[in-house]
Design a protein around this ligand. Sequence first.
Ligand SMILES: Cc1cc2nc3c(=O)[nH]c(=O)nc-3n(C[C@H](O)[C@H](O)[C@H](O)COP(=O)(O)OP(=O)(O)OC[C@H]3O[C@@H](n4cnc5c(N)ncnc54)[C@H](O)[C@@H]3O)c2cc1C
Length: 501
Amino acid sequence: SSSSSSSPSRSLLRSIEDNNKNDNVVADLHPHDYAVDINVTNFDAVLRDTPATFAVVEFFAHWCPACRNYKPHYERVARLFNGPDAVHPGIILMTRVDCALKINSKLCDKFSVDHYPMLFWAPPSKFVSGGWKPKQEKNEIRVIDDARTADRLLNWINKQMGSSFGLDDEKFENEHLSSNVSDPGQIARAVYDVEEATSTTFDIILEHKMIKSETRGSLIKFLQLLVAHHPSKRCRMGSAEVLVNFDELCPLDMDSTSKQENNDGKGALGNIQICGKEVPRGYWMFCRGSKNDTRGFSCGLWVLLHSLSLRIEDGESQFAFQAICEFVHNFFICEECRQHFYEMCSSVSSPFNKTRDFALWLWSAHNKVNERLIKEEATLQTGDPKFPKMIWPPKQLCSSCRQSQSQSGIQWDQDEVFKFLTDYYGKKLVSIYKDKNNHESDKSGAALDDLVVSTNAFVVPLGAALAIAVASCAFGALACYWRSQQKSRKYFHQLHSYKEI
Ligand SMILES: Cc1cc2nc3c(=O)[nH]c(=O)nc-3n(C[C@H](O)[C@H](O)[C@H](O)COP(=O)(O)OP(=O)(O)OC[C@H]3O[C@@H](n4cnc5c(N)ncnc54)[C@H](O)[C@@H]3O)c2cc1C
């Protein structure tokens, strides 16, 4: 939070700089602005898809000096609600539209923007295909008429919502978070986390340009799984796009410094966003911990893996098993995690041929991790008090899953567990992203759509050639992110001894 003696803009800048120093990796992964820049091409999509309850849209012009001076004020408020370190995530989406850009002029006209900056407030969906006219009655979009400083803007919001947000509210003061482990409906929110975990995974891989020849095939396998069975349609679309263009994005003759490094330093792969550009970031709706270094990404990844395991067809179960094992082994660079997971993978002796068997295997593998962590967290006190590790699912979620409990452990009714998992990860956790629109302008959209609609990943027309392709793209960059996220955890030290395999 900022000190009261310096100007808000400078203290804000300083706090961003400090963040950068402390946490280069995360800072690099996320833009320094908290408010989201949107324009006519994504305005509707962003506001339609955000999980936030309210949105603020600022219309400004980049040449306008008053707007430049206003920006730090707006950002101070946006810091509270947007971004990976949001203090109050998922409540308000703060956005801005530059009316000085030609493409936005019609959009700004629709909102009768006659001065800069001009701020509007409404539930996000009201902005979709919406507009505003002076003296118009019954418009749910409201002009924020007193927002000259960060204080005033936040006051206005507080009055509107009956809330008491403060500019100095601290990061991750989430102790009040209720864990709700017994609410089966909670999982529906996790689709955002699964999208975010997917995007984060690929961001890290791309940001660090670490694609290697020996892991390239594993990435392709995992992408195939995502194309067909990711619970979010936009991630299926994005994965398909990467997969279809894989040989161009990551050519066989590419060395890791040349083609990967074009103009923006990220290369062709860097222009691809695996779940689309509009994926909300920094929310961790279902996976939000009460502490800054718990849950989040790794929780989102588990949820993704479980949902994949429940969506596949019987005939895909061995492929899914291999794809997931290899993915964790190659790209989840928490040494302890991947080693344990790999041991569990290696101890499987016969191939899976039923969805049920693989889903139950993954469930049981996750429980083995939980079991170990229950003990570790008790000794090391590294757990999240609001979200203690437990053998899962707890009775409150599925009482019929447990036949009996004795000293030797829980006797599970595996049919009931499978039924429960199918409902929980298969039915409740679904994409709420409304398809169309976004890809209408995309020339490959229709083809991708066809590809995505096909439920069989293995008809993806790249097939075997790519799967066996050997390239020199280096790969596997979760390490830094994991390190930065898990500083206080026990295995932090082990990470330093990580050696690439
Ligand atoms: C593949 C993998 C291996 C990992 N290995 C380690 C490790 O060795 N050491 C370590 O310290 N951390 C490890 N982690 C991280 C750790 O498991 C947790 O993800 C992290 O501590 C956050 O925990 P969480 O409380 O959010 O719950 P998570 O364990 O992340 O679970 C997320 C959600 O999944 C659900 N869930 C819980 N158990 C199950 C289950 N058995 N089946 C289905 N759903 C379930 C619950 O709703 C839970 O909230 C690993 C993560 C992954 C993805």
